[in-house]
Write a protein that binds this ligand. Structure first.
Ligand code: PEP
Ligand code: MG
Length: 325
């Protein structure tokens, strides 16, 4: 079976009735680059820049960041590389810059909020990304934990400044495509208003589920209640798919759901056509997509959308998977 899965690396993720799904990979460590390519990822859907920051002993300089980012961008050549700006805070801490004394870290100083309050740090990172992509044209920038228009506007101003600065310094930079993570529920109703200012959205189903359900999956007391197949989580994701389609925003999903076969079936049925997942999980998901019809997934989603609990939904989808072997 392993050999069979390995053979799929240069095959497209296409369903039996001809629907193509784009499979991208999540990365962060240098060591993630090669496995993604080997398993046939069509690009990087989520490069978590906090990971290189975490393995450093202090904030990496602009030059250091250029060299880290260049390795990914060059390795993927013409394929898209989606770099997310620093997403620390909450459960992600830098050893040399702990953010403590917060009563609710998940609701605290994290993601784009932290970065916009440390604008020099963000400017350094954005300059490094643009410089690393010079002459390659495959960089896309993704913003984590966005919840309001002011944050988006502040970032766009900073991005335009960075482009101007670098051009004045003689770099041949191109303005990258810009996207936002959909992981704070309040983002969803804003997407339509942001559509002319952004190019793509990426659903962060881990945080989106956490905030919709008010459940910390790292808290052992409640984690067994956490399930992204909760009807309300699925309904919100389906809403995002509908809005993105209507507003011509390209859409992907980069949370854990992208590597859960049951979730992938339902996402396919809802109309999600791009997934980003960790490299070792790519072969299994590609195999699954190639073994069924999109029409079946759509019918299954329509059926389970009427069910009223994650348990019932998971049970039904697992039965479908079992019947298919
Ligand atoms: C998510 O929240 O689903 C996500 C992909 O971001 P992270 O796991 O890095 O918080
Ligand atoms: Mg997240």
């Amino acid at each position: 079976l392993l050999a069979q899965l390995a053979d799929l690396s240069d095959q497209p993720a296409i369903t039996l009735d001809g629907v193509v799904v784009r499979l991208l990979t999540n990365a962060g460590l240098q060591a993630d680059i090669e496995p993604g390519l080997r398993h046939g990822a069509e690009g990087v859907g989520l490069y978590r820049t906090e990971i290189p920051f975490m393995v450093h002993s202090s904030f990496p300089s602009e030059e250091e960041q250029v060299s880290i980012y260049q390795k990914v961008i060059r390795a993927y050549q013409g394929k898209p590389v989606t770099m997310r700006t620093l997403d620390i805070g909450g459960d992600k801490q830098l050893p040399y810059f702990p953010i403590s004394n917060e009563e609710n870290p998940a609701l605290g100083w994290r993601g784009i909020r932290f970065c916009l309050d440390n604008v020099q740090l963000l400017m350094t990172q954005v300059r490094a990304m643009l410089r690393a992509a010079e002459g390659h044209g495959n960089l896309r920038i993704l913003l984590p934990m966005i919840s309001c228009t002011e944050e988006l506007e502040s970032f766009i101003e900073l991005l335009d400044d960075a482009c101007r600065q670098l051009k004045a310094e003689g770099y041949e930079v191109v303005r990258p495509r810009l996207g936002v993570m959909v992981e704070i529920p309040a983002t969803i109703s804003q997407l339509e208003r942001w559509a002319s200012r952004i190019d793509f959205v990426s659903i962060g189903s881990n945080d989106l589920s956490q905030y919709l359900l008010a459940l910390d999956r790292n808290n052992a007391r409640v984690s067994q209640r956490y399930d992204s197949l909760h009807p309300s989580v699925l309904a919100e994701i389906s809403r995002v798919v509908e809005i993105a389609g209507r507003c011509k925003l390209s859409l992907s999903l980069c949370g854990e759901m992208a590597s859960d076969p049951s979730a992938v079936l339902l996402l396919l049925g809802m109309g999600v056509r791009t997934l980003s997942l960790s490299a070792p999980r790519l072969p299994r998901i590609k195999w699954l997509l190639r073994s069924l019809k999109e029409a079946e997934a759509r019918a299954l989603w329509q059926e389970v959308a009427k069910l009223d609990s994650a348990t019932a939904i998971r049970g039904r989808v697992e039965r479908f998977l079992d019947e298919r072997g």
